[in-house]
Design a protein around this ligand. Structure first.
Ligand SMILES: *Cc1c(COP(=O)(O)O)cnc(C)c1O
Length: 426
């Protein structure tokens, strides 16, 4: 038992089943022959950076990816602390789960002068043995300047825009960006090890969009080759590409949402259909149960009123914990084997849930179906729960968003409890 008083004082928790993450990793890896990157940005989609990263390495990930440079530096520190080796320096493509490559794709905009300063974030990136992304001439110059000051060549992935119109060099910009990178490469400041992009509609296989992306990607690869660069790690697919577009797997796939047991698009295939297990269960204890009279309004604005005498429960989670306020009067919750939706507005720290009528059809008083201290589940894995529980997909549907947002926005105030993957048979 934990003796940490702060932990003992908490009233909610996200239980993260690392065995489910290891299972999902194996299910996804079976669908490709390419090496794979575990995408652990945003605190591993809310699941806990270090725990998820080490679990994925155990399941065969040879790359780890995060969006922001600051996250990558934290990840490197966590891996160092866990005794996980750094990869060999140099341009080799091969990566190994025992010494994984770490990639980041969002860094601050720096002048060459600022990039080479002793406290430059790009020098910190190189000291942490990170693979970096470059989409612009400015980024290429900054990375080269940092690498010259650092005294070893940087590993760079040239990002091209193949139709997402987010990051990446456009077809018009590509020659100039590739030229700047090639000049720096010949100068020994960096090595372009990768060529990469991101798919905008891989989760809608019928759209035909991925075919267009792939065509543009191959055209970009030819142009990059003409500029003298020889990137050996070409990568394009996230979970959607991994699942539904095998032709996009190339030399590396980047798996995010699927690792967490969620489908990139439940309308295309549900997590259950994909054999994935949702890894996060969000729970809280009921801190109060009470009876309301008919017509009694609930929460700020009184937007919901009890249609009859009604039992309600108080759940100590609110929008400060990441519950969307759009879950007001609809977010599904399960407690004591019953479905007890949120009624009234989501508050900062609490929500009220409807536990049902306080009298039966004959007017006889009914006891409350749940008691104070009992565990309410907001979302989890129905296959693992003794009673039906809502899923992150149910929440996404109720709130007009996607499962990615439901799990990722879970607040820092909610403690994560990790169930180790070790010894778990699945
Ligand atoms: C987040 C992200 C991924 C992972 O996407 P999923 O759909 O969660 O698998 C892959 N690549 C990039 C560039 C990303 O930003």
């Amino acid at each position: 038992m934990s003796t940490d008083p702060a932990l003992a004082a908490t009233t909610s928790r996200a239980v993260i089943d690392l065995g489910a993450i290891a299972h999902n990793a194996r299910v996804l890896a079976q669908r490709t022959t390419a090496p794979w990157m575990a995408v652990v940005k945003a605190d591993a989609y809310g699941h806990g950076l270090a725990q998820v990263a080490t679990t994925c390495l155990g399941a065969g990930a040879s790359w780890l990816g995060v969006a922001q440079l600051a996250e990558a530096l934290s990840l490197r520190a966590a891996l160092d602390a866990a005794g996980i080796a750094r990869p060999e320096p140099g341009p080799e493509a091969a990566a190994d789960p025992r010494a994984p490559r770490l990639m980041t794709w969002i860094a601050p905009v720096l002048s060459a002068e600022r990039a080479q300063a002793p406290d430059s974030p790009l020098r910190a990136a190189l000291a942490a043995d990170l693979d970096l992304s470059a989409s612009t001439v400015g980024q290429a110059r900054a990375i080269a300047a940092a690498a010259r000051a650092h005294g070893a060549p940087a590993r760079v992935h040239l990002k091209v825009d193949t139709g997402m119109s987010r990051g990446g060099a456009t077809a018009e910009e590509l020659a100039e960006v590739a030229g700047a990178l090639r000049a720096a490469e010949q100068d020994g400041a960096l090595c372009v090890v990768g060529l990469w992009s991101h798919l905008s509609r891989a989760d809608e296989p019928e759209s035909g969009s991925t075919r267009d992306h792939l065509e543009r990607f191959h055209a970009a690869a030819e142009q990059v080759e003409r500029s003298g660069l020889r990137p050996t790690v070409r990568h394009l697919a996230a979970t959607g590409g991994l699942l539904w577009h095998p032709e996009t797997h190339l030399d590396l796939v980047r798996a995010g949402i699927g690792l967490y047991g969620l489908s990139p698009n439940p309308a295309t295939a549900t997590s259950q259909e994909l054999g994935l297990r949702p890894a996060m269960t969000l729970q809280a204890e009921l801190i109060q149960v009470k009876r309301l009279h008919a017509g009694q309004a609930v929460s700020y604005g009184g937007t919901w009123s009890a249609p009859e005498e009604r039992w309600v429960g108080l759940v100590p989670l609110g929008y400060a914990d990441g519950l969307p306020r759009s879950a007001s009067s609809c977010g599904p919750v399960s407690v004591a084997g019953i479905w007890a939706p949120i009624v009234g507005r989501v508050c900062m720290d609490q929500v009220v849930i409807d536990l049902g009528p306080a009298r039966d059809a004959d007017g006889v008083a009914r006891p409350a179906p749940a008691v104070e201290g009992q565990t309410a589940v907001l979302w989890g894995d129905p296959a693992q729960a003794p009673h039906p529980v809502p899923t992150a997909d149910d929440w996404a549907r109720a709130c007009g968003t996607i499962n990615y947002e439901i799990v990722t926005r879970l607040g820092a105030r909610v403690p994560r409890r990790h169930i180790p993957a070790d010894g778990r048979v699945d």
